[in-house]
Ligand binder design. Sequence first.
Ligand code: SF4
Length: 457
Amino acid sequence: MPDRVKEKLLEADRLPDIVPGPDAYRDLPNLIDAVRGTGAKAMNVQLSVEETYADIIPVREVGTHSAFVTIMRGCDNACAFCIVPYTRGRERSRDLASIMYEIRSLSERGIKEVTLLGQNVNSYAGDVTSATTRDFLSQLVGEDVDAVELVANASSAGLAGAQGSAFVGYADGFKSRYDPERKREGTIQFAELLDKVASVDPEMRIRFTSPHPKDFPDDVLRVIRDRPNVSKCLHMPAQSGSTATLERMARGYTREAYIELIDRVRMIIPGCAVTTDIISGFCGETEADHEDTVSLMTRIGYEQAFMFAYSEREGTGAHRHQKDDVPEDVKQRRLQEVIDAFRAKAGEKQRMEIGSTHCVLVEGPSKKNPEELTGKTDTSKWVIFDDAPTGSYAGDARSATTGSHRVSPGDYVAVRVTGCSTGTLFGELLGKTTLTEFQRLHGAQWTTPAEAVAAAR
Ligand code: SF4
């Protein structure tokens, strides 16, 4: 956080020569010129209301099969515990043309998985009129002209009909005190962006992080359901299961609204995995508030959770206006109880996976055993399976295919789950496949074991 620590870094410790803020990367040449050979120090921590780095395409490692694409920056919320709005500035979204260009380029390089990034990724609201494809392409420096033309055509196709639309509102029961709805009128919103990005390459799996639950209205959920290559794993940061604590956190929703949203996710996208973030021991949290969080863990049954004891950050709303009054030992005890509740339910859900078959994107050799491979399911679960020659998967989940294909990182394979621990699935390699082929065979990116179907009845 350069702006918060600038005095300490430059004046007290005198360690760095340059302190650039997150919106000052374009100023790096000037900052370097200012200090070169002078012994001076230079700093630019000015936050921008416009900078998206849309025309700066990152240089990526050759041979990789996954990539991150930033689509927006900043945050217009003001959660009491969070420093992000003060260090990253206001929300601003990258224009659609530059995003489509980058996605298309990644597809042409054979990238199999793209994660869309933003501090509030599903608050995306791109201005369709600020930059046309041609304006954007004219800013690119050093690109091959033919490739630019090729991608221009592809991007133009993706832009067709992208005229912006009326803001459909937040998920039911959610509100934002700091996000004027009118700013989204006539913009490309997240549902439309996600649909266009997913349409570029049906063999490219699309994920996104980090979302805010308020920005999951039904149209976003329907795109996730209808696009087979959009991951069926949603991160839904709850932070607390207590309405009173959520109010003190300024999260903009109640426990009931949050539970209703997750029920809606599971109704519209059956089998969708849900993950979360939880803070234990926030300012003013009572035992009853804590019990509400423990019961939320059981009620929802998360596939993954990132759980922490509250730690006050200087400069946040909570630091200025609330008291960090839960003793450290109480925070730790409550955190452990939340973790225990999460693990009990997550273990159950893992065991219900046994017998299912997943379309898995191969990541590489297992760290513990180089004769095994690891990969990730559509629902973002890690799977370990034997690295063996195999054939082409034809839909028979009862037996492995035989063949001489070697499996490499970036391949899609069908894997039947045969065992599990709390965090990992173990499986049998059934054969190589593709996202579209697996979908054609099974109608989804995984099959559900018969026992789980029976238990759900
Ligand atoms: S927790 Fe997320 S939504 Fe809340 S202020 Fe921080 S970045 Fe914004």
